[in-house]
Design a protein around this ligand. Structure first.
Ligand SMILES: Cc1ncc(C[n+]2csc(CCOP(=O)(O)OP(=O)(O)O)c2C)c(N)n1
Length: 348
């Protein structure tokens, strides 16, 4: 199992003080985003929200291992990873408010957040195979949870990647639960990483609450992937909060889950403490990281609130490059309706 901060000082990790500070900064940005998103959802500002609290080390560590041209295939819970890759937080807020995904013109190579569990895994195999066919050097990193490993798409994605030597890192955030189902009930396998054997690819486990260990493991995985060896990485972490804002975890688990201390310990607290012990941050710097994160969020909320509401006709815009005749007809009927009766008002 990959582990760095629990076992080594920064000097022995191969990462610089700047690397570690950049990771801490993004973990703080992510934590503040998650907290703000939860508060905004509770106010009715946006629809349901799936918090990632507890999974910041896994996601930020992975983001910092990726190259700019690597393609990210996120899930609904991978918002920390997206933000660290450069997706503006306002885009994620807007998506949750019912706008088209990625309102801004950012150029981060990222797929839409997958909500159907595991559907993104065959897509990732395809992205990797496309890179090979085009003789390009980028790799794909696809996110999913422990629950996704019970879907047929998991098998299809890993199988295709294995057979076609596709440059893909399958990045599983094992956060202990799929909604209310604990990992022990998800699979009888010893680990998620062990499943890699069945596809002839390498599987590895990493302490998913150690951002530098995750960065190291994912860097190694991406390097292998680029050499035609796809990899399955299981980051062992813990979902501290509810599955989504519609969930009440006290109905199915205790405050003190049956997991080791390092799994349930807060990764941000742990990493901040590590950085202080290594003498690479002080109160002033940490405080300024929180202030910067809050300022970024204030601006993101302002941007989201200033963006004109989408019209319902946008429903027709994002599925097909060219609309089939039937949908073209529905759009014309809708436009004629609006011309006669005025715009259709969405109720919030
Ligand atoms: C194909 C499909 N089946 C069922 C669901 C309902 N569903 C939403 S989240 C979820 C659990 C997913 O758990 P996991 O893969 O461990 O990811 P996590 O939510 O823990 O990040 C399920 C079953 C869905 N979205 N898609």
């Amino acid at each position: 199992m990959h582990r760095l901060i629990a076992e080594r000082g920064l000097d022995d990790t191969g990462f610089t003080a700047d690397d570690a500070r950049a990771v801490l900064r993004d973990m703080i940005r992510a934590r503040r985003f998650d907290e703000r998103a939860l508060a905004l959802q509770r106010r009715g500002w946006m629809s349901g929200y799936p918090p990632f609290r507890g999974q910041e080390a896994a996601q930020i560590g992975a983001a910092h291992a990726m190259r700019e041209d690597d393609v990210l295939l996120p899930t609904y819970r991978s918002n920390a990873l997206q933000i660290a890759r450069g997706v503006p937080p306002s885009d994620i807020f807007l998506f949750r408010r019912g706008y088209a995904e990625y309102e801004s013109d950012h150029d981060v190579p990222v797929f839409p957040q997958a909500v159907p569990i595991a559907s993104q895994l065959p897509h990732a195999a395809g992205v990797g195979m496309a890179a090979t066919y085009r003789d390009d050097d980028y790799a794909a990193l696809v996110c999913f949870g422990d629950g996704a490993t019970s879907e047929g798409d998991f098998h299809e994605g890993l199988n295709f990647a294995g057979v076609f030597d596709a440059p893909v890192v399958f990045f599983c955030e094992n956060n202990g639960y799929a909604i209310s189902l604990p990992r022990e009930r998800q699979t009888a396998s010893d680990s998620i990483a062990a499943k890699a054997d069945a596809y002839g690819i390498e599987g590895m486990q990493v302490d998913g609450n150690d951002p530098l260990a995750v960065r190291e493991a994912v860097e190694e995985g991406l390097k292998k992937a680029r050499d035609g060896e796809p990899v399955l990485i299981e980051a062992l972490t813990y979902r501290q909060g509810p599955h989504t804002t519609a969930d009440d975890p006290s109905r199915y688990r205790d405050d003190d889950p049956d997991l080791p201390e390092w799994r349930v310990r807060d990764p941000l607290e742990r990493f901040e403490e590590f950085c202080r012990e290594q003498g690479i941050v002080d109160d002033e710097l940490v405080e300024s990281m929180y202030e910067d994160a809050d300022e970024e969020l204030r601006e993101a909320v302002e941007t989201a609130e200033a963006t004109p509401e989408p019209g319902p006709d946008e429903l027709f815009d994002y599925i097909y490059e060219e609309l089939p005749t039937e949908l073209e007809q529905q759009r014309s009927e809708y436009t004629a309706f609006v011309d006669e009766h005025g715009p259709f008002e969405l109720e919030r």
